[in-house]
Design a protein around this ligand. Structure first.
Ligand SMILES: CC(C)(COP(=O)(O)OP(=O)(O)OC[C@H]1O[C@@H](n2cnc3c(N)ncnc32)[C@H](O)[C@@H]1OP(=O)(O)O)[C@@H](O)C(=O)NCCC(=O)NCCS
Length: 160
C-alpha cells in the first residue's frame, strides 16, 4: 500500500472511487451525489482552515487506486490533525489495507508535530467505529451532524 498525493486534475479518478462506494455514501441518508462527494473531497475545508493545511491522498495497491484519504492539519485545534475521509473500495476492505493506512496517518501527524488525531464517524457505521476503536481511538463526543455530514456522528480521538 502506498499513499500518493492527489490533486483536482485527478477528479475523475476520485469520482470513480465514490461511484463504486455507494454503500458508504448511502450511510449519510441523503441523495447519493458522486460528483458532489468528489468535489467535497478536494474543495471542502473545515471552518478557518486553508488549502495549505489540507492533503488529499490516493491509496494505491501497486498502480491501482483503491481508496481516498483526506487529511487536515491542525483541526479543530493546533495539536490535532483530522482525518476528513478514509474510504476504500468495497473489494479492498477487510484485507488489512485500512490498518496500514492508519499507521501512515499516525506517521503523517507525528511528522507534523501533532499530539492527537481526530475524526468523525457516522454513528450508523458500526464497522468503522469498531475499526478505529481497535486502533486505540477513544470516543470523545457525539453530535447530531458535522460539516458535510447530515446524520449523527461520533467524534473519536487518538493520542499519539
Ligand atoms: C473502515 C475501513 C477504512 C477499514 O479498513 P479495512 O482495510 O477494511 O480494515 P482492515 O482490513 O485493516 O481491518 C478490518 C478488520 O479486518 C481484519 N483483517 C485484517 N486483515 C485481514 C485479512 N487479510 N483478511 C481478513 N480480515 C482481515 C482486521 O483484523 C480487522 O478486524 P476488526 O473487524 O476486528 O477490526 C474500510 O473498511 C472502509 O473504507 N470502509 C468504508 C468507508 C468507511 O466506513 N470509512 C470510515 C469512515 S470514518
Amino acid at each position: 500500500m502506498e499513499l500518493r498525493g492527489m490533486n483536482r486534475s485527478q477528479f475523475r479518478q476520485a469520482k470513480e472511487i465514490f461511484g463504486q462506494s455507494k454503500d458508504y455514501l448511502q450511510l449519510d441518508g441523503k441523495e447519493v451525489d458522486i460528483k458532489k462527494s468528489a468535489r467535497n473531497f478536494f474543495d471542502t475545508l473545515p471552518p478557518g482552515k486553508s488549502y495549505a493545511e489540507k492533503f488529499n491522498f490516493g491509496i494505491y495497491e501497486g498502480s491501482q487506486l483503491v481508496g481516498l484519504l483526506d487529511f487536515i492539519q491542525g483541526c479543530p485545534e493546533r495539536e490535532t490533525d483530522f482525518v476528513g475521509l478514509l474510504l476504500l473500495l468495497p473489494g479492498a476492505r477487510q484485507k488489512g489495507v485500512g490498518s496500514q493506512v492508519q499507521k501512515k496517518i499516525v506517521k503523517l501527524a507525528k511528522n507534523h508535530g501533532a499530539k492527537k488525531i481526530g475524526l468523525a464517524v457516522l454513528r450508523n457505521n458500526p464497522q468503522a467505529i469498531k475499526f478505529w476503536i481497535s486502533k486505540g481511538y477513544k470516543l470523545k463526543k457525539e453530535t447530531r451532524s458535522l460539516g458535510i455530514r447530515a446524520n449523527p456522528v461520533s467524534l473519536l480521538k487518538l493520542e499519539i
